[in-house]
Design a protein around this ligand. Structure first.
Ligand SMILES: [Zn+2]
Length: 153
């Protein structure tokens, strides 16, 4: 989270200056106060998901670029790709680019154990040619690589 907040602060400031906008003008374009823009640029708060969407429109860049990530972001709990429709939020409104909104809801993690999430995936994701056992093994191995599960070990 700390890294995202710093990178986001830098990219907002850089993109705003490239566009030749003041904090006030940028705020007016995306319907927030100058103070809000200032707090984002100082890395004090993270923009909310709606503001990220507005910012990406104004600057003509992807949400990934705004968050300072050159590669695709994936949820560090379930592994799905994150975009403006799946990114989660903190209870106070700032976006949380580490997790999707289904894994991290209202400031809490939905899945408390790895088997619980694997069970969910196995019953909801099309398995193709995989048997249930193979799918369980596949998901378990993949999820173990993600930060949330690495840290919980
Ligand atoms: Zn997720």
């Amino acid at each position: 989270m700390t890294t995202f907040i710093t990178k986001t602060a830098d990219s907002i400031k850089t993109l705003r200056l490239e566009k030749g906008l003041t904090q006030e003008e940028l705020g007016e374009e995306i319907f927030v106060s100058r103070q809000a823009v200032s707090r984002w640029e100082n890395g004090e708060t993270m923009p909310g998901v709606d503001s990220l969407k507005e910012l990406s429109k104004v600057f003509g860049v992807t949400i990934n670029r705004l968050l300072g990530e050159p590669v695709k972001l994936v949820c560090q709990c379930c592994g799905m790709e994150l975009d403006e429709n799946s990114i989660s939020s903190e209870p106070e409104g700032g976006a949380n680019p580490d997790y999707c909104k289904w894994c991290y809801t209202d400031g809490d993690f939905v899945y408390k154990s790895l088997p619980e999430l694997v069970e969910y995936l196995v019953t909801h994701v099309p398995l193709g040619d995989f048997t249930r056992e193979q799918a369980e093994e596949f998901f378990t191995a993949r999820l173990k690589e993600l930060r949330y599960w690495k840290e919980s070990e």
